[in-house]
Design a protein around this ligand. Structure first.
Ligand code: APR
Length: 246
């Protein structure tokens, strides 16, 4: 079937009362200039995750870890949401049962106006005290930090970025919200390589619960054959074309 026909058929599933859940990854922000992780110019080509994105790496060398996160904050601060973010923000206002679960820590969904974003891997713009002198994380938009690592205003110890590092658990709140979101009619998986778990297993869970699952990605992923529909293309183009049919 042609892409046009598949989009037509998919658009017919978007009834006003449809429960729509969208799972996103780094590919959604690629058109905004935010590097992906595993693409040809991906972050993991030049940087080693085990040296920058684990609690062990931070314990060993918080300054180097922060240099990387401060660089990413400065980069993302220059970026703007693209058409993919905008269409999803539109849907979050149009469909009463809409949920967006993102692996992205860049905050571009929120900047596009999407409400109630579930941040499965945390946020670049949140910080917390490494020594946990007090619970929870808080927003800090300082770009760049004058001193690295930045200090906790309460105990003076180092702050840590509010992202979920490899080997760390997904925040309970995000897990619970995601669990609810997987009870849906339509589950779109947009711009993720589907190799990092538990995020990579979410669409299969939604499918087992009866959702029609769709992948949007210019490349095939390990999850492509498990989807009801795999649409080869860029998020900003496919979501734009789909929105035109709604
Ligand atoms: N539109 C849609 N998809 C795109 C686009 C685009 N314009 N450009 C690239 N992609 C796809 C790539 O083909 C790839 O499959 O986006 C995917 C990006 O994959 P990764 O770089 O692996 O990013 P992601 O899946 O979000 O990574 C998951 O891994 O490193 C950790 O915590 C980090 O959240 C991240 C997690």
């Amino acid at each position: 079937m042609t892409l046009e026909r598949e989009l037509d058929a998919l658009a017919r599933r978007f009834s006003p009362e449809a429960r729509v859940t969208v799972l996103t990854g780094a590919g959604v922000s690629a058109a905004s200039g935010v590097p992906t992780f595993r693409g040809p110019d991906g972050l993991w080509k030049d940087f080693r995750p085990e040296e920058l994105a684990t609690p062990e790496a931070f314990a060993r060398d918080p300054k180097t870890v922060w240099e990387w996160y401060d660089w990413r904050r400065q980069l993302v601060a220059q970026c703007r949401p693209n058409r993919a973010h905008d269409v999803l923000a539109l849907w979050s206002r149009r469909y009463p049962s809409f949920a967006l679960v993102t692996q992205n820590v860049d905050g571009l969904h929120e900047r596009a106006g999407t409400e109630n974003v579930v941040r499965f891997h945390g946020s670049l713009w949140e910080v917390s005290c490494w020594s946990q002198c007090r619970a929870g994380s808080w927003l800090d938009m300082t770009v760049p930090f004058p001193r690295l690592p930045p200090s906790c205003p309460h105990c003076g110890g180092p702050l840590r970025p509010g992202v979920v590092w490899f080997g760390e658990a997904i925040p309970e709140e995000a897990l619970e919200a995601t669990g609810r979101a997987l009870d849906c009619d339509l589950c779109l998986v947009v711009g993720t390589s589907s190799v990092v778990y538990p995020a990579a297993g979410l669409s299969a869970q939604a499918r087992r619960r009866g959702a029609f699952t769709v992948e949007i990605n210019p490349e095939a992923t390990p999850a492509s054959t498990e989807m009801d529909l795999a649409l080869p293309g860029r998020a900003e183009d496919i979501l734009n074309s789909l929105e035109r049919l709604l």
